[in-house]
Every structure is written in C-alpha cells, then in structure tokens.
Design a protein around this ligand. Sequence first.
Ligand code: UT7
Length: 331
Amino acid sequence: MKKTTAAITAVGGYVPDFVLSNKVLETMVDTNDEWITTRTGIKERRILKEENAGTSFMAIKAAEDLLQKRGIDASEIDFVLVATATPDLPVASTAAYVASEIGAVNAFAYDLQAACSSFLYGMSTAASYIESGRYKKVLVIGADKMSSIIDYTDRTTCIIFGDGAGAALFEPNEEGLGLQDEYLRSDGIGRQFLKIDAGGSILPASEETVKNKQHYVYQDGKSVFKFAVSNMADVSALIMERNNLTHEDVQWLVPHQANKRIIDATANRMGVEPGKVMINIDRYGNTTSATLPLLLYDYEKQLKKGDNLIFAAFGGGFTWGSIYLKWAYNS
Ligand code: UT7
C-alpha cells in the first residue's frame, strides 16, 4: 500500500495596509535607515492599526483568502491550528474563535506557541494528523500582531518586528508529494535571551510590571543571533544530507526572516544560491509565526509541482528546526 503524505494544497495571506518605514522610525527612536538596512535587511514593516483588532483579525483574512483560492467551503475543514505568540486573549483559544468566524463548523481548533518556530512546528503537527488518516483537511495559520508587544521607544526591538498572517492547507497526497522529513529541536537555555517577563504565571500583571515596561519583548540580540546563525544552518545542512540532497536538488530555501545576515549564512552553508532564497524581510520585517506562510503566499506563482523546498526557523525558547517538503501544485 502506498504511504499517504501530507501536501500543501493552497496558501493565503494578509498584511495590514499601514507601512512603518525606516525613515519614520528615525523620527521615533535613535536609529537610522542605513543601520537597520545593513544590520537586518529590513526597509519597512506592516502594522495593524484597526481598533479592537487582534491577531485573529489577520488570521481570518488569510484563511478567507485561502478558502476562496482553493474553492472549498470552510465546513470541510477538520482542524484549524493557529500558530501565534500573540493570541487575542491570554486564555481563550484564538484558533477556536478563528474557526467559528470563518465557518469551520465541523472543525476542532487550538493554538500552538513556539515563538518564531510556531508555523514550522505547526506544519509537523498538521502533517502528522493527515498521515494518521484521521483527518483530511488541516488549516494551519501563522499570525502575529507583534506591534501589541513591542516597546516603540526601544530601538533594539522596535525596528525588527511587523504584523501579518499567512495560511496553508494540508491534505493527503498519494503521489509522494508534501512533507518528506523534519528535524525539530528546542533548548530552554534560550528563555533568558528572548522573552516577555510579566503577564505570565511567574510574574502576573501589576501596576509595577506596567511601570517597569515588563510586558514588552526583551531580546539580547547578540546572543540570539549567535545561536540562530549556527543552529539554523546546522539543521538545514543536516536535513539535506539525511535526504541525499545537493544544492542542485533544492529549488527553494524558505527561511524564517529574523535577520538577512542569518538567512545568508544558512543559504551559504547549504550552498544554495541567492536566487533560490525566499525573502520578504525587507518589506515585512520579522512577522514571527506569519513569516513562513507569507513567504509561500508571496512566491506561490513561482513554485512548481515537485519542487524541493527546505524550511528553516529559529525562535524564542529556544525553538528551531528544518522541514523538507515537496511542492504539490502549479498555480
Ligand atoms: O526571530 C527570533 C529570533 N531573533 C533573532 O534571530 C534576532 C537575532 N539578532 C539580531 O538579528 C541582531 O542581533 C540585531 C538586529 C537584534 C542587532 O544587531 P547586532 O549587529 O547584533 O547589533 P548589536 O546589538 O551588537 O549592537 C551594535 C551597536 C550597539 O552600539 P555600540 O554598543 O556598538 O555603540 C547598539 O547600541 O548598534 C547599536 N544599536 C543600534 N543603532 C542604531 C542597536 N540597535 C540599534 C538601532 N539603530 N536600532
């Protein structure tokens, strides 16, 4: 009997209209376009300005875009996973709300939080459900409203992050396309370098935590950079070796977009030329869970059935990993 694999059969995306450029950031904090461009590769990022709109606002738009393109009704979806570090509410599942709003009335839903690796881990979760044979249509949405947890007076973080959402539908495939292999890792040593101190169970919100700005992202950028640059390259090289892939066999590298220098180092280590590396950091910055699906959304028209894609991500926790996937359709 042929093995059932889990293929991506449609993608969708959404970014807010409001553009926050490096030039505008120059007027907000002590920074400049040249520093941001050379140190990170970012030129601008999108910010969600709609009142009372959280991460679900963007997740719903990305999902609706996908459903319309795939031409299916939301009631056919079995499972909705929302990968996010910025849920609408600390407790109620964002995914459950999104599923109801898009009309996925027959689905169950939950959130997955693994910082910038959330979507990568979500791909693995989706593939496992499909491969098990129990579910036929799994919708994975990566969405983050990073602007809700960023201190726009802190130049070390506010230049990096942006808001957005992307979605991918996973379905069974009998041609051997879709997810081929994965290598996922984590290491709790990373918690000290990239975190939000307050608002969790260790340090609940109080007047003091608000006054001390402890509800914003703190990042020791230099340390995170060191871990990210070596680990993202390591796992990408490992997954190629383990699947006997040379750089000629790889059509696309789909890397998390935290810093253009980390992306370049990963591509170099894999021997993959720049033209095969998906990039949107210049336009969106680091959109955390939305980065990988937004890349697929942006590059969808260039992807061909059978293309070999290597996904790689690194994020807070630390969490990181790589996935080898064969693209399943021509658009
Ligand atoms: O997605 C989750 C995982 N996150 C990552 O992978 C992020 C990894 N880290 C990075 O991408 C980089 O470390 C940053 C982009 C965050 C920072 O770049 P860096 O090259 O590591 O800069 P740095 O922190 O070593 O700072 C260099 C200098 C410092 O000044 P001095 O001490 O040399 O005088 C900073 O104060 O640049 C200064 N600086 C800035 N200058 C202008 C820091 N931020 C800024 C800024 N504008 N926005």
